[in-house]
Design a protein around this ligand. Structure first.
Ligand code: HEM
Length: 297
């Protein structure tokens, strides 16, 4: 995934949005309670949805004691989108040699025709699935090297060490590449060690609103490349939602350049004949959305 920077206002490739979504799925996931509706009423003049349409949405699962949203994944940048946020999931994704399980073609493992990863959103779009796959392949590359350098190591040690390396790589890309691109001089500076006075939990403001800025920079098209680097086709992102598992090819993918953040969503994505997941993405990002408004305090 590498764009050529031709979109006005955006010198960055589609990797910026894809990486943002990948690390978001590492950091937070708010489950819906499925009961208390805060459906979105679509304005009658909307070009995509018909008059009188609604997009179904229910409130986030909250802690009854505090009323605050519960994060369903680990809030650390710890590669939980690849390894899982609980021990059972982590165990189900690795094999007895400390490698991560894969399916044919060195792809993510599958269950019931869908890719399986540490996070349930891994197949949401092909760019995201490609990065999820890259993380698993990198784990296995590290695990193979560790195994041959230290044949006496247990598989747990191989697996744990490979995971530490991969997690460090993800943190490095995020803090050395992604955040400086995004925040410029406001990016976090050098790391000076663990500070236990900082509350590391994900805030509702971050998950419910701030980091959703990424919805405004999504690329509307995915280009396909063959083994020689030649472009072999295009697919609208709207047609690709949750289709990654049935669409694995030898072709390589890359996104068009990231859109400039402008508080709006891409028209091409808005036209998607899609399910609730993508419909929620298309809500104008410049205004506080139902999720952001759910906790007025
Ligand atoms: C094709 C790309 C994407 C799609 C289809 C998509 C779709 C969605 C959907 C359906 C939700 C749940 C909405 C809700 O229940 O309130 C969501 C949540 C979210 N998205 Fe995206 N998203 C995409 C890309 C991104 C990117 C690029 C970022 C950040 C750089 C991002 C950040 C977030 C965050 C922070 C949440 C809240 C997660 C939580 O804690 O539950 N998304 N997205």
């Amino acid at each position: 995934m590498a764009g050529n920077g031709t979109l006005p206002g955006s010198p960055y490739s589609g990797m910026v949005y894809a990486w943002g979504q990948l690390i978001d799925h590492d950091l937070d996931k708010t489950n819906n309670d499925g009961a208390n509706h805060i459906d979105i009423t679509v304005p009658d003049d909307d070009q995509t949805f018909g008059p009188g349409s609604t997009i179904t949405l229910t409130r986030a699962v909250v802690d009854p004691k505090t009323g605050t949203q519960i994060n369903a994944v680990t809030g650390w940048l710890d590669a939980s989108m690849a390894y899982g946020s609980d021990a059972g999931t982590a165990a189900s994704l690795r094999d007895a040699n400390g490698r991560m399980k894969v399916s044919a073609g060195d792809n993510l493992p599958t269950a019931d025709g869908a890719f399986v990863a540490g996070d349930t959103r891994a197949s949401e779009n092909p760019d995201l699935t490609a990065l999820q796959t890259l993380v698993v392949r990198e784990h296995n590359r590290c695990a193979d090297q560790l195994r041959s350098a230290h044949p006496e190591w247990s598989s747990d040690k191989v697996c744990g060490t490979a995971r530490s390396i991969v997690t460090g790589e993800i943190q490095n890309i995020t803090y050395s590449g992604f955040l400086p691109l995004l925040l410029g001089s406001k990016a976090p500076g050098d790391y000076h060690g663990f500070d236990k006075s900082v509350d590391p939990r994900i805030t509702e403001e971050f998950a419910g609103s701030a980091f959703r800025f990424g919805h405004t920079i999504v690329s509307g098209e995915i280009a396909y490349f063959d083994g020689t680097g030649g472009e072999s086709g295009n697919q609208s992102l709207a047609d690709a939602f949750f289709r990654a598992a049935c669409d694995v090819r030898s072709q390589r993918r890359r996104s068009r350049p990231a859109a400039a953040p402008d508080g709006r969503h891409l028209a091409k994505v808005r036209r998607a004949p899609c399910g609730p997941a993508a419909q929620l993405l298309v809500r104008p990002a410049g205004r506080p959305g139902p999720r952001g408004r759910q906790h007025p305090a």
